[in-house]
Structures are given as structure tokens and as C-alpha cells.
Ligand binder design. Structure first.
Ligand code: G3H
Ligand code: 13P
Ligand code: NA
Ligand code: ZN
Length: 307
């Protein structure tokens, strides 16, 4: 069934695990993710960005997710990722999304609160859950001093005030993760002291980690082996995600790892079978690669099997 994130986060918080939130852009991506969740009997968040809506058109994505919901008995949330205005959140809510993110993280604190509150009021009347973001997603750079980190990363006291005044259901925080395939110039490091502080100040409250792909070596190497040029890509180590899930992180966002796995599998087919031009012959392996990495995350990293 289509569900909002309320119950899944409650259970994730209590069980000290996280629900995977995977970005979807087409049928094969959705099918790969859902097949993995089905095998692991896991709750699932399928999230759609503005770019995804532009690429596939909103109605196709919605109908594809509806198909997944009809085909399985898993609790699935359909979530707007990085909504940047009240209007896009409203449109998704009116279209049947069960959860939305209002990303006002680039706004001044007061404006971010006011926007999040407006979305939360509209959403809650319709049984839709809301995620907001406080802090700026950026990697930890070794040469940057503590006060610079302090300016970007989520301030624990502000997080409490933000949650109380906005009324949102979950909060994305900045502790050193970033979007894309190049997260760390040096050794991967997250500000766990900050996470623990935020988590202690917000008991029973679900936190969200964006930019949490691991850049799986197997698929990075496979991409590069078959002609890609993605040098120096680096993600968040899996043990850090396991650790974060123990400190109130109930939703972990993944897009880059899906892109890389699918691309690796497609590249392999195209290089090894140059006579092949049936899209099913490469999109199929692309879908299988997504299923494999999603199953591994659910089972071995996020710990949400059986949820
Ligand atoms: O946070 C960004 C997600 O990876 C979505 O990316 O805007 O290219 O669809 P996108
Ligand atoms: P990655 O780029 O690490 O996969 O992060 C995705 C994300 O945060 C989507 O909102
Ligand atoms: Na999101
Ligand atoms: Zn994100």
C-alpha cells in the first residue's frame, strides 16, 4: 500500500535502522529497487526529484510507482525529493504523493522555517508527511577550520527550534555528506559528534541523511573498465551509514549508486556485445545491477529487512 513515512520512521527509530530512499527516473530503476525490497520484505521510499519529473513527466512516474504498489504488498512512500517551493509541494500532494521534502536550506533561518511550516500545514491536513532541511550539504575538507564547518553544518540548537516551530515530520541534516560521486577529497569523515548532539536534543525524532551513496568500488571499477572516466570518485563508507542509523537517522537517500550500477552494467553489455542493439539486452542487466545493490543496502547496510 501507499503510505506516508510516519509508521516506517517510528519503527526505524525504535529498531535503530534506516529506511532506504531511492531516486527513481524510469521503469527499470523502479523495478530494480522494488524487486530488491520485495526479496527483503522491506518498507521503501521511492523519491522523485524535479529533474525526474521533467525527464519522465510527472504522470509516468506516478503511474509506474502505482504499478509497484499494486504489484507488491510492501509499505511504499512516494516522496518528492528537494521540493524548492510551496507550489511544487502542493502539486505533488494534490497528485497523490504521500510525502514531500521542502528544501529551504538555502534560505535564511526564519524564511526556511516559515516555508516549511506552510508546507507542513497544507500536507498534514491531507495525511502527507513533510521533510525539511537545515544546514548546507558539503564535504568535510581537511584544510577547513572548525568555524567554517560550523557555518555549513546543522546547528543542534537551531535544529530543535526549527522542528518545534515548523512542525515538519523529519529533518535532513548536514554533517559532512554531499550529493554526487565526489564526496571527499581526502579520507571520508562525518561529524558524528554533531549527529549525536542533534539526536540527543531531538529524542524520538527521525533525521535524514542526503548525499549518502557509498560509491561502490565494484561498480566504479566496472564503469572505468568499460570506458568510463570517473576518476577519484568517493562515497560514504557503509559502516558510517550503519553507525548513523543508530543515532536517529531513519531515512538514507541514494541516487548516485543507482546511476553508477546501472551505467556499469549497460557499459559492459555494449562493450562486450557490440552487435547487440535491443535496449532490453542492456536495460535488463542495468535493472539487475540496481536490484543487487539495493538488496545489499537494505540487508547489510540500512538494516531494514523485514520492516
Ligand atoms: O539530490 C539530488 C538527486 O540525486 C536527484 O538528482 O536532480 O539530477 O534528479 P537530479
Ligand atoms: P547521492 O548523490 O549520494 O546518491 O545522494 C542522493 C540524494 O541525497 C537525493 O536527495
Ligand atoms: Na528527500
Ligand atoms: Zn538530496
Amino acid at each position: 500500500p501507499l503510505v506516508n513515512t510516519k509508521e516506517m520512521f517510528k519503527h526505524a527509530y525504535e529498531g535503530k535502522y534506516a529506511i532506504g530512499a531511492f531516486n527513481v527516473n524510469n521503469m527499470e530503476i523502479i523495478q530494480g529497487i522494488v524487486a530488491a525490497a520485495q526479496k527483503e520484505k522491506s518498507a521503501l521510499i521511492l523519491q522523485v526529484s524535479a529533474g525526474a519529473r521533467k525527464y519522465a513527466s510527472p504522470i509516468y512516474l506516478r503511474k509506474l510507482v502505482e504499478a509497484a504498489i499494486e504489484e507488491t504488498d510492501l509499505p511504499i512512500a512516494l516522496h518528492l525529493d528537494h521540493g524548492d517551493s510551496f507550489e511544487i509541494c502542493k502539486q505533488c500532494i494534490d497528485d497523490g504523493f504521500s510525502s514531500v521534502m521542502i528544501d529551504g536550506s538555502a534560505l535564511p533561518f526564519e524564511e526556511n522555517i516559515a516555508l516549511a511550516k506552510k508546507v507542513a500545514e497544507y500536507a498534514h491536513e491531507r495525511n502527507v508527511t513533510v521533510e525539511a532541511e537545515l544546514g548546507k550539504l558539503a564535504g568535510i575538507e581537511d584544510d577547513v577550520n572548525v568555524s567554517a564547518e560550523d557555518a555549513k553544518f546543522t546547528d543542534p540548537d537551531q535544529a530543535v527550534e526549527f522542528v518545534e516551530r515548523s512542525g515538519v515530520d523529519s529533518l535532513a541534516i548536514a554533517i559532512g555528506t554531499s550529493h554526487g560521486a565526489y564526496k571527499f577529497a581526502g579520507e571520508p569523515r562525518l561529524d558524528f559528534a554533531r549527529l549525536e548532539k542533534i539526536s540527543a536534543l531531538l529524542p524520538n525524532y527521525p533525521l535524514v541523511l542526503h548525499g549518502a551513496s557509498s560509491v561502490i568500488p565494484k561498480y566504479l571499477e566496472m564503469c572505468n573498465q568499460y570506458g568510463a572516466a570517473i576518476p577519484g570518485a568517493k562515497g560514504v563508507p557503509e559502516d558510517m551509514l550503519r553507525e548513523a542509523a543508530k543515532w536517529g537517522v531513519c531515512k538514507i537517500n541514494v541516487d548516485t549508486d543507482l546511476r553508477m550500477a546501472m551505467t556499469a552494467a549497460i557499459r559492459k553489455v555494449l562493450v562486450e556485445q557490440p552487435a547487440e542493439f535491443d535496449p532490453r539486452k542492456y536495460l535488463g542487466p542495468g535493472r539487475d545491477a540496481i536490484e543487487e545493490i539495493v538488496q545489499n543496502k537494505i540487508k547489510n547496510v540500512f538494516g531494514c529487512s523485514g520492516s
